[in-house]
Design a protein around this ligand. Structure first.
Ligand SMILES: [Zn+2]
Length: 292
């Protein structure tokens, strides 16, 4: 346990469980960007035809940021930090030489042909632009991916806050500002990003909907309201962290990640837990079986 703000909540697992245990931590994020590079695959813009709102049923074309376009740079940021503090050495990303033991391998999973796979414990939902594509030719405010997984330790939240560059490396265009607007601990998966995007669109006053870029404060305010409404419709057992309570939690996280000693301690704990999981349920268990 490392976050005092959460001590009273039973949201952490003692160990990383073998099977999903119905403990989800959703990090609801507004991603604000001024770049188109992010939304292209092989030069094609990724788009989706959907209604603008839940109430406002006018169809429009939204730009989509696919799951991997979000999680890959966040994983690479996490792996960089693990290397910086000497916790991962012989683990090659996206190759058969995944080490199968480090926090990145265990949290995000891997699949290496016949030689084993691990299910990801971090789930990412595709994100949708708030404005229709027809409106968002130049700069635009962009919404609203959440990242969630069984809450065993951290690694994810810190990485979301740290990652600034998305899209192709060596370009100056992939800059994204992530605003964590709510965190929800629950016993199941909450609403989708598309539902959230549409709910925010309905709440925004019409004069803001067409602005590029959209006024950030108005978007965040609408997002807070939308999260509350959608969460009440989900019918889950859920704890919503927003406003002051969220700020206190984020402040505590930043205190840890900006102090080398406490950051190293958290990373070492994460590494020990991931190694233990691999030993008991993953590659270690398979090796033991093979020896028999
Ligand atoms: Zn690894």
């Amino acid at each position: 346990m490392f976050l005092n703000s959460l001590t009273s909540l039973n949201v952490f697992q003692q160990d990383i469980p073998k099977l999903p245990m119905g403990k989800y931590a959703h990090i609801i994020t507004l991603r604000e960007t001024n770049s188109f590079a992010l939304f292209q695959t092989d030069g094609e813009l990724n788009i989706s035809r959907v209604s603008l709102g839940r109430k406002e049923q006018t169809p429009s074309t939204r730009i989509v940021l696919f799951k991997r376009k979000q999680s890959t740079p966040e994983r690479l940021t996490g792996r960089e930090i693990l290397r910086r503090y000497g916790l991962v050495e012989n683990c090659k990303y996206n190759t058969a030489e995944f080490c199968k033991r480090c926090p990145d391998c265990i949290y995000y999973g891997f699949a290496i042909g016949d030689s084993g796979s691990e299910r990801s414990k971090v789930l990412v939902d595709s994100a949708f632009s708030l404005t229709g594509y027809d409106m968002s030719h130049q700069q635009f405010t962009f919404n609203a991916p959440s990242e969630n997984g069984t809450m065993s330790e951290d690694g994810k939240m810190k990485t979301v806050l740290r990652t600034k560059r998305y899209g192709a490396q060596n370009t100056r265009t992939g800059t994204v500002e992530n605003h964590v607007t709510a965190i929800v601990f629950s016993d199941g998966e909450i609403f989708s990003n598309l539902q959230l995007t549409q709910a925010i669109y309905d709440i925004l006053p019409p004069e803001h909907r067409a602005k590029t870029p959209m006024p950030q404060a108005a978007v965040i305010e609408a997002m807070e309201t939308a999260v509350q409404t959608l969460l009440s419709e989900d019918g889950l057992v859920a704890q919503l962290y927003s406003g002051e309570r969220l700020n206190a939690l984020l402040h505590e996280i930043l205190q840890i990640t900006s102090d080398e000693a406490s950051l190293t301690a958290v990373l070492q704990q994460a590494n020990a837990e991931a190694n233990r999981y691999a030993q008991v349920h993953g590659v270690g268990a398979k090796e033991a079986k093979a020896k028999k």
